[in-house]
Write a protein that binds this ligand. Structure first.
Ligand SMILES: *Cc1c(COP(=O)(O)O)cnc(C)c1O
Length: 334
């Protein structure tokens, strides 16, 4: 497995720091909890999609693209990082937004990520909840082609085998940090959605025989659906990097007990986790993904899921801009 074989552009600040959260670890009574700061990838306020975009945008260049099309929810962190990448590469960007949240508030439709999308000059189209988003992006592509442009479609969350390479690379980066800093990682935990992060990480961990269990905390789909989605992409990604067969179905573990009422709908546990981390560690997490991921990790520590572990790593996938889109739905208690 040699990732330098794949075309890549530089968009992210790498390596991202791996930091101990001493006050959180103490508060929870162990294990040592480290945070891998993928919220600090740097592009347009950062986040996990930037690693994927390094490979996706290189593929767009190889395909002579002059306009990028992608899709997501209105407060999509992926869309925000994609339009920022398009700006940096001198391309235009079309965003197709699914109105996934019922009765959205004013901050949800005007602040947070969507404000940044507008600052980056995105062309935004809204479609109804339940729309076939791939078909909707294809319609936009057709329209752009007839206007003489060369569009490149990036799937939701940047989650295909090309984007997942970004998280194969993150797994290698994490191992190298653990090795040089003497951290014996017992578990890696992160929020999982469109699957590219978990798929890439598991390929990187398995292909190097790291022997570290990976746990995705779901924010959207039920467990069986989420695990199948990750597994399918992990198998494709492993083949793509020349490590076919390294991932088994049982390597894919998602816990989807912390979704609450649905995607993008705040939960009390998320709210509590966001406030706790802010006040103990001075760290910000997001309401849709990393906050729910943290809520899951904290609850599972209490339930003994990581019993016997000394060091665990939570990958902070970013999304902090989303806090502003949810400003009227977060309870700060102060
Ligand atoms: C997209 C996203 C995730 C989930 O990553 P996937 O690769 O889509 O599974 C997690 N956290 C944040 C903040 C995200 O924006």
């Amino acid at each position: 497995m040699l990732l330098s074989r794949f075309p890549r552009v530089s968009l992210a600040h790498l390596p991202t720091p791996l930091e101990l959260m001493p006050r959180l670890s103490e508060h929870l009574g162990g294990p040592n909890i480290y945070v891998k700061r993928d919220d600090c990838t740097g592009l347009g306020t950062g986040g996990n999609k930037t690693r994927k975009l390094e490979f996706l945008m290189a593929d767009a260049v190889a395909n002579n693209a002059d306009v990028i099309i992608t899709q997501g929810a209105v407060q999509s962190n992926h869309a925000r990082q994609t339009v920022a990448a398009a700006c940096k590469m001198g391309m235009e960007c079309e965003l197709v937004f699914e109105k996934r949240v019922e009765d959205p508030s004013d901050p949800y439709i005007n602040s947070g990520n969507v404000l940044l999308d507008r600052i980056f000059g995105a062309h935004i189209r809204d479609v109804e909840k339940g729309t076939d988003m791939d078909a909707a992006m294809e319609d936009v592509a057709e329209e752009l082609r007839s206007a003489g442009k060369t569009p490149y479609i990036i799937p939701g969350g940047g989650s295909n085998r090309i984007g997942a390479l970004g998280y194969v690379d993150c797994a290698l980066e994490l191992m190298s940090q653990a090795n040089s800093e003497g951290i014996v990682i017992d578990h890696v935990v992160h929020a999982t959605g469109s699957a590219g992060t978990q798929a890439g990480l598991i390929v990187g961990l398995k292909a190097t025989n790291a022997n570290i269990p990976l746990l995705g905390i779901g924010v959207n789909a039920p467990k069986d659906v989420q695990e199948e989605k990750v597994y399918k992409l992990a198998v494709e990604t492993a083949e793509y990097v020349g490590a076919a067969g390294v991932v088994q179905r049982e390597d894919i573990v998602a816990n989807c007990d912390y979704v609450g009422e649905g995607y993008g709908i705040p939960t009390k546990a998320m709210n509590d986790a966001v406030m706790l981390l802010a006040r103990l560690e001075g760290l910000l997490f997001d309401p849709v993904y990393s906050g729910k991921g943290l809520a899951g990790m904290i609850d599972l520590i209490g339930k003994g899921y990581f019993a016997g572990a000394r060091d665990i790593v939570f990958i902070h996938t970013g999304g902090v801009a989303g806090l502003f889109g949810y400003s009227d739905q977060l309870h700060t208690g102060s």
